[in-house]
Design a protein around this ligand. Structure first.
Ligand code: NAP
Ligand code: MG
Length: 492
């Protein structure tokens, strides 16, 4: 990252102006119908950052109408036009990468390094990848007897997209890339905690040439704003990322008129370390699997399975790693872990830590809040857990890992690793590639990382088995989520 400290101070000063943002509807900043606003604060300091509109069903209706009216033209735009616009979005994001990273840090709490190198870089890569995809939406022709059969791919229509707060800009990019390149129009509802970078992105998309109404952005809470959006009669498809609990509500809301739905939900992912693993790779790998983004990752490696012979070494290594993590405000370049995103998440994670203690789990490090001002939680390694404990079974969404010893793979490792209602991701550390692939084949998870963890690429599909979701995002497959197939059969 090429960034001077002075740059960050200047940008921080500029970004610290407390503004009130509107919804972005049909290319214009629009005040919400309710007149109510939501205060955003910096999770590291609790200082007020901005105010946003608290969206409701009337705002939803306005935004969906804008997307509906923009659809006929956008759906018939040329691949070249869509490619150019997506490419320009990527270029402009790159030109303002530090600005966006700073917004992410102020609003979400994550460190500036993580925001810059992971979130914003990832978002740029997404737009670049889907810019290329605009020319790959080929249909097919089939010949049969005296008929010619054409198989067309057409954009699905108006898409509602609802995203969480853990990777604000990146989640927006994952959703927008395939939708825009296929010619769909969008109403995006961002998490009420972290709307700032996506609000700026909406404006940037307009500057990049995206016609008005193609992307509409609403801010507000889930129930008054997200729920009417997921249920709106003029929405053809809903794409949701967030908790499994809300995912089920989305399915119900969309079921009335059988909208197409894709879901990217929670996880309780197993990360498996075999005794032949390269420990210089496996120990920091296991630590990063859980502590990356403060554990606020749907695919966090939160159940760490370690083969008995190396259990003590790995647990000690990960504990030492956790103790050395420097907590602080994300804008401080020395900080290695920022605060959790909100008071709600602080309480939620603290509740899990208390329940772990009450049920007999032992914290080798961490286990409590750090400081009194921001929403910091100490990185925590839990041992002596059992499958009946909440900390073992439920998604904590914080920097808390549960270490579990196992004897051998043939034993019951795979049953235990798969013993979860989720199936988003898994990790395996071993020097034996054949063994790694045999295990990977038997894990019920959408992504399996071997000798690495948390590697994402725009070309690599991501999504879950079981209650971790429906469908896949990213990669070529994600285009299918936004396309209908039409068969035309002509007698000749
Ligand atoms: P959440 O409630 O599932 O929120 C995700 C998004 O859905 C937000 O934009 C939210 O709005 C919206 N939403 C909430 N209720 C809705 C409804 N009835 N209809 C339509 N949209 C609705 O997640 P959260 O409350 O922020 O976090 C709670 C837990 O969810 C976390 O602790 C974690 O376990 C999990 N989570 C998972 C992921 C993931 O990537 N899989 C991401 C975030 C959270 P508002 O939040 O703005 O009200
Ligand atoms: Mg929420």
């Amino acid at each position: 990252m090429t960034m001077k400290l002075q740059d960050t101070r200047l940008l921080a000063a500029r970004l610290s102006e407390v503004k009130t943002y509107g919804h972005f509807i049909n290319g214009e900043w629009t005040e919400g119908h309710s007149g109510e606003t939501i205060e955003l604060s910096n999770p590291a300091t609790r200082q007020t950052l901005a105010y946003i509109q608290s969206g409701d069903a009337v705002d939803v209706d306005r935004a969906v109408n804008a997307a509906h009216h923009a659809f006929p033209r956008w759906s018939k735009s040329s691949p070249a036009q869509r490619q150019t616009i997506l490419r320009v979005i990527a270029d402009r994001l790159r030109a303002r990468q530090l600005d966006y990273a700073m917004m992410e840090t102020l609003n979400n709490g994550k460190t500036i390094t993580e925001a810059f190198t992971h979130d914003i870089t990832g978002a740029i890569g997404l737009f670049e990848y889907y810019a290329g995809a605009a020319f790959q939406l080929h249909g097919q022709v089939a010949d049969f007897a005296d008929s010619t059969m054409l198989i067309h791919r057409e954009p699905i229509g108006v898409v509602a997209q609802i995203i969480p707060w853990n990777f604000p800009l990146l989640m927006a990019a994952w959703k927008l890339g395939p939708a825009l390149t296929t010619g769909c129009t969008v109403v995006l509802k961002v998490a009420e905690e972290t709307p700032l970078s996506a609000l700026r992105l909406a404006e940037l998309c307009q500057e990049a040439g995206l016609p008005n109404g193609v992307l509409n952005l609403l801010t507000g809470f889930g129930e008054p704003c997200g729920a009417p959006l997921a249920a709106h009669a003029m929405v053809d498809k809903v794409a949701f990322t967030g908790s499994t609990e809300v995912g089920k509500l989305i399915v119900k809301a969309a079921s009335n008129d059988l909208k197409k739905v894709t879901l990217e939900l929670g996880g309780k992912s197993p990360n498996i370390i075999l005794d032949d693993a390269d420990m210089d790779l496996a120990i920091p790998g296991a630590a990063n699997a859980i502590f990356f983004n403060h554990g606020q990752c749907c695919c966090a490696g939160s159940r760490l399975f370690v083969q008995e012979k190396k259990y003590d070494q790995v647990v000690e290594g990960v504990t030492q790693f956790a103790k050395n993590i420097r907590l602080g405000p994300g804008l401080d370049s020395r900080t290695q872990m920022g605060p959790l995103v909100s008071q709600t998440q602080l309480e939620r994670v603290s509740g899990y830590l208390r329940s772990g203690e009450e049920q007999g789990a032992k914290a080798l490090c961490g286990g409590k809040r750090h400081g009194e001002n921001g929403y910091f939680v100490e990185p925590t390694v839990l041992v002596d857990t059992s499958p009946d404990m909440k900390v073992y079974r439920e998604e904590i969404f914080g920097p808390v890992v549960t270490a579990i010893p196992f004897k051998s793979v043939d034993d019951d490792l795979l049953t235990r690793a798969n013993d979860t209602t989720y199936g988003l991701a898994a990790g395996i550390y071993t020097r034996d590639m054949a063994r790694a692939h045999r295990i990977a084949n038997r894990l019920r998870a959408g992504t399996v990382w071997i000798n690495c963890y948390n590697i994402f690429d725009a070309a690599l599909p991501f999504g879950g088995y079981k209650q971790s979701g429906w469908g896949r995002e990213m990669g070529h497959n994600a285009l299918d989520n936004y396309l209908e197939t039409k068969s035309i059969c002509a007698s000749i």
